[in-house]
Design a protein around this ligand. Structure first.
Ligand code: IVH
Length: 668
């Protein structure tokens, strides 16, 4: 075969195979037997082997999975990937409808869709060619999973038109594929996956795309990330458009005019749920008009124009075998129910927190009871109630101890609190929990220092406080159970690295009452060094926006403690960094920009930079970026095809800039 005829045949085969693929995986209507597909694919592979230059990134042969990766690269999303607010009952849905109508008036249409239980992905196409897929991650930054996503047959590698766009959807594993996969895993003596969602997530995070290729993943697309400039005016149109470009969307969607209609569609879907070939965990209700969506805007975490109705959690019965007590980092004693192992919502549950004594009384829980268990928010096991009619008389009433189960000192109940507390600062359980917290991921993030190792180190007398971690030697670590040379060296390296952490990690790790990770960051940004924070008065602390009275008091009291002061000195002399290393907080008075202290809203499509870059740029000049236009907005930056926000700005006579004007300000 000469080059020219090869080129022509490759072209033909691409078209044929793409059509077969589309018919089979998107339309679910194959027109040829599998053997025909296989033969054509084989033919294409043969030509590509001879004329390697004809092997293009969108070739159907690329779906078998490329070479193994070392790690996933990070991807910063151009538009953040948000999540949805939840509705758990009819009332929540009616409240949502009321809020929507209050904001945009009575002329509202909703689109009701299935909430697919998989994992969110973002797909990027440039000039019609699939170029990148990313996971949601924390919403701002995800991971590059392009190679694995390529293997999903229902994803087009080339679109019908040469458009550039970013689309979002849910990757899932059909129920059948999940069952087959688990059977195979059991045969191979591998751990089965708990549910199709975990199986899909595990497959997408495989470093070897060939494994992902075998996992039979599928996808439904549900939105276009940035519609600016497309001329599309409704969410339902966006879905139709996706279909036209060759994407798989879920046909089970319905337009509704009233909340009554929405409720009856939900009822219909709930009945059909078990017969679907894939798992859904709820139903999504979205405002159809994009102009209204823009008007409604977003809260910090989710859009105001959509809500997810979550199905009630599955409830099962089991026996409560015992109640165990644990002592937390702050000395709180928590009772935990030990349950006869039972499957609920996809995993086996054998423990459930009972929180405190009052809850045990309220629910009248006794040891030996038959109880109803569910997973709150589908994750955290919870005892719902006791089936008292099943009692035999053998059940035992549980009473909280008067003394700490770890150190035997007398427990106290602090006024106004339900919890019983051990107030002995030397209590070994509290100290180990504190150490575990200090090394944990959001605190000092010391890899390789799990609970087991911390407990061993404490019991061996090698660490008494967090400073001791930085005094550990190689020989000491090697003496521990299951610590080889390699893990010891890795651990020492991780400990060493943690010395360079920015101040907020240390602040969170110290476990100051009421100070969570977010407050720690605020404190670090505002005070910059631990010395300045130590010297801060309660008034200075309260003056910071996100710090309330209770927290300010706790912080001040904490740093007055001579033991704490000594500990900080020790950490410093061991080389632990105590300064803030992140981006500087720009104080309004320190910025001479026009944007200092101004509240800015971004709208429309920006051409020169992403929304995120614009936001960071404005913040670096002392401005604040918010989502919706109101009387307190000082400035609106309008890109291409800006819609209702721009209109509102004009109505309210708010100053409007274009992108070029913003760039000019940023360059000053
Ligand atoms: S819309 C701004 N539609 O549910 C958020 N999400 O908490 C846009 N999901 O992360 C999401 N099916 O992973 C949307 N039909 C659907 C969905 C859906 C499943 C997932 C998605 C998202 C989460 C929302």
């Amino acid at each position: 075969m000469d080059k020219q005829s090869a080129e022509k045949r490759v072209q033909e085969l691409h078209e044929l195979l793409n059509t077969y693929n589309y018919e089979y995986h998107v339309l679910d209507k194959p027109s040829v037997p599998d053997s025909e597909y296989d033969q054509r694919l084989h033919e294409l592979l043969t030509i590509e082997a001879e004329f390697t230059e004809l092997k293009t990134p969108d070739s159907p042969t690329q779906r078998v999975g490329g070479s193994i990766l070392d790690a996933f690269q990070k991807v910063v999303h151009n538009t953040p990937m948000l999540s949805l607010g939840n509705a758990f009952n009819e009332q929540d849905l009616r409240d949502f409808d009321r809020r929507v109508r209050q904001a945009v008036g009575d002329d509202v249409q909703y689109v009701v869709e299935l909430k697919i239980d998989g994992l969110a992905v973002s797909l990027r196409y440039e000039n019609g060619l699939f170029v990148q897929a990313a996971t949601r991650g924390d919403g701002t930054t995800g991971e590059d999973i392009t190679e694995n996503v390529k293997t999903i047959r229902s994803i087009p590698l080339r679109l019908k038109n040469a458009v550039t766009l970013e689309v979002r959807g849910e990757v899932f594993m059909p129920k059948k594929s999940f069952e087959t996969l688990n059977e195979l895993r059991l045969q191979a003596e591998e751990e089965p996956f708990a549910n199709p969602r975990n199986a899909a997530a595990g497959s997408i995070r495989q470093l070897d795309p060939k494994i992902a290729a075998k996992r039979n993943l599928d996808i439904f697309l549900y939105s276009i990330a940035d519609l600016g400039g497309t001329g599309i005016e409704r969410h339902s149109e966006a879905l139709d458009y996706l279909e036209k470009e060759g994407f798989k969307t879920n046909a089970e969607r319905k337009k509704c005019e009233t909340i009554e209609e929405v409720l009856s569609v939900i009822e219909g879907i709930s009945e059909k749920r078990a017969n679907l070939s894939y798992d859904i965990d709820g139903i999504v209700i979205k405002v159809d008009s994009l102009a209204q969506q823009e008007e409604l805007g977003f809260t910090a975490k989710s859009p105001r124009w959509a809500i997810a109705y979550k199905f009630p959690a599955e409830e099962v019965m089991t026996k409560l075998l015992d109640i165990e007590l644990s002592v937390g980092r702050t000395g709180v004693i928590t009772p935990t129910a030990i349950l006869e192992p039972v499957r609920v919502a996809g995993t086996t549950v054998q423990r459930a927190s009972l929180h405190n004594e009052d809850l045990i009384r309220e629910k009248d829980i006794k040891i030996g009871d038959t109880v109803v268990v569910k997973k709150a928010g589908d994750i955290i096991p919870e005892v719902v109630n006791v089936l008292t009619e099943q009692r035999t008389g053998e059940e035992k009433t549980f009473t909280m101890p008067t003394h700490c189960p770890a150190c035997e000192s007398e427990l106290v109940r602090i006024e106004g609190e339900v919890a019983l507390r051990c107030i002995n600062p030397q209590c070994p359980a509290q100290i180990t929990e504190g150490l575990i917290h200090f090394v944990s991921r959001n605190a000092m993030n010391i890899d390789g220092l799990g609970e087991r190792v911390v407990i061993q180190l404490f019991q061996a007398g090698l660490i008494k406080d967090v400073a001791d971690l930085y005094r550990l030697t190689r020989d000491q670590l090697l003496q521990l159970e299951r610590m080889g040379e390699k893990s010891t060296d890795n651990l020492l390296k991780a400990i060493e690295q943690s010395k360079d952490n920015s101040l907020e990690r240390l602040l969170f790790g110290l476990g100051i009452r009421h100070v969570g990770a977010k407050a720690a960051k605020t404190l670090a940004q505002n005070f910059e060094t631990i010395e300045q924070l130590q010297e801060a008065t309660v008034e200075q602390l309260i003056a910071i926006n996100e710090i309330g009275d209770k927290m300010a008091d706790a912080i001040h009291t904490y740093f007055q403690n001579p033991d704490v002061q000594h500990l900080i000195q020790e950490l410093q002399s061991l080389g632990v960094n105590t300064s803030y290393k992140g981006p500087k907080l720009v104080k309004v008075e320190d910025s001479d920009s026009y944007l200092a202290g101004k509240t800015v809203v971004l709208t429309g499509k920006l051409e020169q930079m992403s929304r995120n870059e614009a936001k960071e740029g404005i913040e670096a000049l002392g401005g604040k970026v918010t989502g919706s236009v109101s009387k307190s907005t000082d400035l609106v930056v309008a890109g291409e095809a800006a819609g209702s926000k721009l209109k509102k700005a004009e109505e309210l006579q708010i100053e409007v800039w274009d992108e070029a004007r913003l760039i000019e300000e940023m360059k000053k």
